[in-house]
Design a protein around this ligand. Structure first.
Ligand code: ADP
Ligand code: MG
Length: 313
């Protein structure tokens, strides 16, 4: 849910996105952005099912992050949703609310710029679904994780996440060319000094990013970030390819740290297999796997790293 709201803000061209949550998101999720906003007349459409403002050039031409026109209506049907927005150039902001699927508004409200969305009392209308949520703490941690993953892909956007107990995580905007600064901010400042740049291409599939040195490893696999055409994914095949790339240089119980961006023709990949999942379906998974394993191994070989470093950590 936080993911969809942040994706909408990014689609709207936001440069600043602020996220606040309470109760692990169950009591409140608030996402505000400084993007293009929604004109008052379109507010009722934004919360209507299968209404999207993003289907200009046909499915294959889509470079927006979410395009199903489902996020806001689904949220509005299971929570109290409030949408305030001021479209660029509009004289005033407007607000629309939805509770149990019933819209209320739009009416004028105060907001200087962009869009502010509040989701309260998640699943209050469907308590059975509440039971499937984890503890506040675990849900809160999952939200932090989503923000970190997205933040790596959008270094030029400033992210601020306010969690419980006044905790605050801020990723300041940096130029796209300084992407490594953002990665360091997310993963930890030493990653950049302990990683090798990856840049390889096979049959018009490009792989770029950073692979941590085998010696700079972790006991868990939480610092492995994959992106396909700019959107964060967590896909078994990609993670297994990464593992394969390090097989000769890393002890079995250790995990590599990596941030890898795959770019390819959107027609050759389906990242929307299921909206709630981050799995990917590649037309040619073998090609992608080979590219990842080959590029990382070659980068290590060029850096003079051999299997003898395997247990150096
Ligand atoms: P989708 O993103 O698939 O179009 P959503 O339900 O997520 O569908 O959003 C519906 C519509 O509401 C979007 O197409 C967009 O026009 C508008 N919208 C939603 N969030 C924002 C936002 N943060 N800024 C500007 N417009 C937004
Ligand atoms: Mg969306």
């Amino acid at each position: 849910m936080v993911k969809e709201l942040i994706e909408n803000a990014l689609d709207a061209g936001a440069r600043r996105i602020e996220i606040a949550t309470a109760g692990g998101g169950k009591n409140l999720i608030r996402v505000s952005d400084d993007g293009c906003g929604i004109p008052a007349g379109e507010l009722p459409l934004a919360i209507r099912r299968h209404c999207t403002s993003k289907l200009g050039g046909g499915l294959e031409a889509i470079d927006t992050l979410g395009f199903r026109g489902e996020a806001l209506p689904s949220i509005g049907s299971v929570a109290r949703l409030s949408l305030k927005s001021r479209a660029t150039g509009a004289a005033e902001a407007h607000e629309i609310a939805v509770d149990g699927g019933r819209p209320d508004g739009p009416r004028p409200t105060a907001l200087s710029k962009g869009t502010l969305i509040e989701v309260r009392d998640l699943f209050h209308a469907v308590p059975a679904r509440l039971k499937f949520l984890k503890s506040d703490r675990a849900e809160g941690a999952a939200i932090t994780e989503i923000v970190r993953r997205i933040a790596i892909a959008f270094p030029e956007v400033r992210f601020e996440l306010a969690g419980p107990d006044r905790s605050r995580t801020v990723f300041e905007a940096v130029p796209r060319a300084d992407r490594l600064h953002r990665i360091d901010a997310v993963i930890g400042a030493e990653f950049g000094d302990n990683a090798i740049a990856i840049d390889a291409e096979r049959e018009a599939v490009r792989l770029a990013g950073f692979a941590g040195l085998p010696t700079f490893n972790r006991g868990n696999g939480l610092a492995q970030f994959f992106y396909v055409n700019g959107r964060p994914v967590r896909d078994k095949m990609l993670l297994s390819a990464l593992r394969g790339a390090y097989a000769d240089v890393l002890a079995k119980d250790r995990h590599p740290i990596a941030v890898l961006f795959l770019s390819l023709d959107p027609a050759l990949v389906d990242v929307n297999v299921h909206p709630a999942k981050a799995d990917v379906r590649f037309r040619d998974p073998g090609l992608v796997r080979g590219l990842i394993v080959g590029a990382i191994r070659q980068a290590f070989a060029e850096a003079g790293l051999r299997s003898s470093t395997a247990n150096a950590a």
